[in-house]
Design a protein. Structure first.
Lengths: 274, 414
């Protein structure tokens, strides 16, 4: 367990999933990269996502060496950095969004920018800006338990979101699930982020096996890009994460169209014909 | 406070025992900061390596290959004309340039290919900067009949074209990486992305003492043959330990390989020479230990060139093999504990030393190695001043000849 005794997790993320689950629906979890297509563009995209029915939003803080990401998020990250986005800048985007919307936000990034910022300082600043959770792609559960504990702000109120992969052994999955809060993020396939034609056939069985281990909501991400895929995952899991596909649409057709794309996924997940 | 400061994941085994629990850190440095997808492969590699270390058959096969295929032991050469020019000595060169494929890199690739075979993995990936590790990996894959894909930054593909052709001759596929700085850092990112995708069938032969645990330890152990040989050879010639052991440091595998046999001998100075590029003040250098600060890149906590926002800063060096913003975590540990000293030598001095060693000893060194030669010819006289010193001549310079000719306008001058 990573949480210090008496630590209060966010609760807001779990509540968002619970509300959907109570209606027999899955949560929609879009990924937005701070600073892409621009600072204002990413803020607008957050608002479009909230309007389109996002239940939880992942806000990416761009990093120079995103080694878990495929070409789409790599390119968005590089452009955001070239546009001057920083860790502090991303927290500013979050704070501005938070003033306008209550949708829970998970900050999604790599360890080094957080480490350089100062671990405890970052945790407090993130909480202050309105973050409800933190996900560090290159900090797997158990790799550095002391650091994980330091990432939880003293004031409480933040979840540390953990990842599970198809290669995670059942023994390890139990340990990972045991220390998690908010939700568990299941990576739908071995590989980096990015849109794919097809979902893996074992997904339903794998998510089912995870349910035996935990009561936490399970969101599935990596490679989900179409209405059909979103609908399938919505039947299997508690949440559907959409990242690269959303970036592709906003790059090609603009932020408003990206909002309509999310609304269309939302519809597909709820069985609405599109 | 840095990550890992309060933890010692796995812990260290008692001295003299086989690791019961794998040690994943060197002090606070190292660790395995990687995507979840890779954890099982790292666990499996750790377990397989622990078994291989206890298997006398593994050691016997490896040493036979090092003897008959690689050409070990490599000679220890007394460089008398270099001593004369440098004004101090005796100075010995550990001739890794004479090993098969022309650099120390093959010690590690043969060892890791044996590990991959034990794990039943027949697809190998690697990253390469100067191309020496790529060539050494392609060579091991040809020998063991394995599929080989080498990632190389687009800029390095240009400046090390000869090595690209060598890799292809050996049956490897070279994938040029156009992202980011187009050098070793980005080639490593791309190799890791491949591994995240292909991990169930593929082994990643990382080329230096970097990356997530257990790689820094595995690569160190396979390279430690350099120091073991040098120690015995010098003892036979001089009946003494060296006063100093000197090697260039990019990721730091040849340095760690020659240092390791002497780590317990406090009287032996261990000196690592980084690339100061166009100068430490210019921002265009690769001196992670001299001018960086601790950070996390490619799976481990170590000294890292980075900006105030935690973005990795582009490295620069005339030598592609040193052009890397990170460094092996055990070097970071040695830096902070003071067990090794790290200095930096710039592009100009390295190029001059490249010429000097050719003229003085009839040995064209790799540009990487030339940085360590430059230290011997320069600061070494006042900083060390007495021998015997052992320099790890990590590689031959044939791969650099056309690059240097171009830099110096040789073709256009004729």
């Amino acid at each position: 367990m990573i949480r210090p005794d008496g630590y209060r997790p966010s609760g807001r993320i779990a509540e968002a999933f619970r509300a959907r689950r109570a209606r027999g629906e899955a949560a929609l979890v879009p990924y937005v990269c701070a600073g892409f297509p621009s600072r204002e563009g990413s803020l607008a995209l957050l608002e479009e996502a909230a309007r389109a029915g996002a239940d939880v939003i992942e806000l990416g803080i761009p990093f120079s060496d995103p080694l878990a990401d495929g070409p789409t998020i790599q390119r968005a990250s590089f452009e955001a950095l070239e546009g001057g986005m920083t860790v502090r800048g991303a927290l500013g985007v979050l704070a501005e969004f938070r003033a306008r919307s209550p949708v829970p936000v998970v900050l999604f990034t790599y360890l080094n920018p957080v480490h350089r910022f100062g671990v405890e300082t970052f945790a407090d600043a993130a909480r202050e800006a309105g973050a409800d959770g933190l996900l560090l792609t290159d900090l797997p559960a158990g790799a550095d338990p002391a650091l994980e504990a330091r990432l939880l702000p003293a004031a409480g109120g933040m979840d540390l979101i953990r990842l599970l992969a198809p290669t995670t052994t059942p023994e390890r999955a139990a340990e990972v699930a045991d220390g998690g809060t908010g939700f568990l993020y299941y990576i739908s396939r071995t590989g980096v982020t990015g849109a794919r034609e097809e979902l893996r056939s074992g997904l339903e069985r794998e998510v089912g096996a995870l349910r035996e281990l935990t009561d936490l909501p399970i969101a599935v991400g990596f490679g989900i890009s179409t209405r059909g895929q979103a609908a399938t995952v919505a039947r299997i899991a508690d949440g559907v994460v959409v990242g690269s596909a959303l970036i592709d649409v906003s790059r090609r057709d603009g932020v408003e169209e990206a909002g309509r794309f999310l609304a269309s996924l939302r519809g597909a997940m709820d069985g609405v014909a599109g | 406070m840095t990550p890992g400061e309060e933890t010692q994941a796995g812990g260290r085994g008692a001295p003299g025992t086989v690791d019961a629990e794998p040690a994943r850190r060197f002090g606070a440095f190292g660790g395995r900061y990687v995507p979840e997808t890779l954890i099982r492969a790292l666990d499996e590699l750790e377990a397989e390596y622990a078994m291989a270390r206890r298997d006398p058959g593994f050691a016997a096969e490896l040493s036979a290959l090092l003897r008959d295929f690689v050409g070990r032991p490599t000679p220890l050469w007394r460089a008398e004309r270099l001593e004369e020019a440098a004004g101090w000595g005796p100075i010995y060169l550990k001739r890794e340039d004479l090993s098969h494929t022309g650099a120390h890199k093959i010690n590690n690739t043969i060892g890791q290919a044996l590990l991959a075979r034990r794990m039943g993995k027949r697809r190998i990936i690697a990253e390469t900067g100067a191309g020496q590790h790529g060539v050494a990996t392609a060579t091991a894959c040809a020998l063991f009949d394995m599929e080989c894909v080498v990632y190389m930054g687009a800029e390095d593909v240009e400046r090390q074209a000869l090595n690209v052709f060598r890799m292809e001759l050996l049956g490897a596929e070279v994938r040029s990486v156009d992202a980011g700085t187009r050098t070793l850092k980005d080639a490593t990112n791309e190799a890791i992305r491949d591994w995240v995708t292909s991990v169930e069938t593929t082994h990643y032969i990382i080329g230096s003492v970097v990356g997530p645990a257990p790689f820094p330890r595995i690569v160190r152990d396979f390279q430690a043959v350099i120091g073991r040989e040098a120690r015995a050879q010098l003892d036979a010639l001089e009946g003494t330990l060296p006063a100093a052991v000197i090697a260039c440091v990019g990721g730091g595998s040849n340095a760690m390989g020659i240092f390791h046999a002497f780590v317990g001998d406090e009287e032996v100075r261990l000196i690592g020479v980084e690339a100061a590029g166009e100068g430490l003040g210019s921002g265009l250098h690769s001196a992670s230990l001299t001018a960086g600060r601790p950070g996390v890149l490619h799976g481990s906590l170590s000294y890292l060139l980075q900006d105030a926002d935690g973005q990795v800063a582009p490295a620069h060096s005339v030598s592609a093999g040193l052009d890397y913003p990170g460094v092996g975590p055990e070097h970071s540990f040695f830096r902070d504990t003071g067990r090794a000293e790290y200095v930096a030598v710039g592009d100009g001095d390295a190029l001059a030393a490249f010429h000097r060693l050719a003229e003085l000893e009839g040995i064209i060194p790799a540009l990487e190695t030339a940085h360590a030669v430059a230290y011997i010819l320069g600061e070494g006289r006042t900083s060390v001043g007495r021998g015997p010193a052992v320099l790890c001549l990590s590689g031959r310079g044939d791969k650099d000849v056309s690059h240097v000719a171009r830099l110096e306008g040789w073709g256009s001058a004729r």
